[in-house]
Design a protein around this ligand. Structure first.
Ligand code: INI
Length: 176
């Protein structure tokens, strides 16, 4: 995974002798819902391309991917909640791009998108990943949408599948 230079990107080390229940981005037999914002569509289209490529690479069949476009990042939580509530999807991937303007609008949209998406996951118990770019300008967004710093859509798709997988592992351990 690529990170900005300020991130400490080394691997997590596990202590010995403990149980580790770790999921992997395995998409076999999974249906995945994607909610994506139309706002800043040039960028969100690239996030969507990255997410679809990652899902297919992980074994999700194309006809088991459903996409719900919404007006902007503010609407992502409602879309994600609606997808999760169908119980049809193992996980939901939320994609959007918020770029800072000259007013505090950015803070409201980005903040509501983040907390609303977390709420959708916590309320439904379906993993919802956060593939929303929150950038100061278009260059930062392009670098994270298939540019020099990778693709947040790809990362979000893999994270959602990993969480769905670990939920499966936990359920099978609990004998459900
Ligand atoms: N929506 C975005 O996804 N990105 C933005 O950068 C953005 N800005 O800057 O305004 C944005 N606004 C629209 C918002 O998400 C809602 O769609 C709109 O307010 C209607 O509810």
């Amino acid at each position: 995974m690529l990170g900005s230079p300020e991130h400490a990107i080394g691997r997590l080390r596990m202590p010995e002798g403990v149980g580790v229940i770790e999921g992997s981005p395995n998409g076999q037999r999974r249906a995945v819902g994607i909610v994506v914002g139309r706002f800043n569509g040039e960028i969100t289209s690239k996030l969507l391309d990255g997410a679809i490529a990652a899902l297919e690479e992980a074994g999700v069949e194309r006809d088991r991917i459903d996409i719900v476009p919404v007006p902007g990042a503010f609407e992502l939580p409602l879309g994600a909640m609606a997808l999760a509530r169908t119980r049809k999807y193992s996980c939901v991937v939320a994609l959007g791009c918020v770029i800072r303007g000259q007013t505090p609008h950015f803070d409201f949209v980005a903040g509501e998108a983040a907390s609303g998406l977390q709420l959708a996951a916590l309320e439904t118990g379906i993993p919802v990943s956060f593939g929303v770019l929150t950038c100061d300008n278009r260059e930062q967004a392009e670098a994270r949408a298939g540019g020099a710093l990778g693709n947040k859509g790809t990362e979000a798709a893999r994270s959602a599948l990993e969480m769905a997988d670990v939920f499966g592992l936990l359920r099978s351990r609990a004998g459900q």
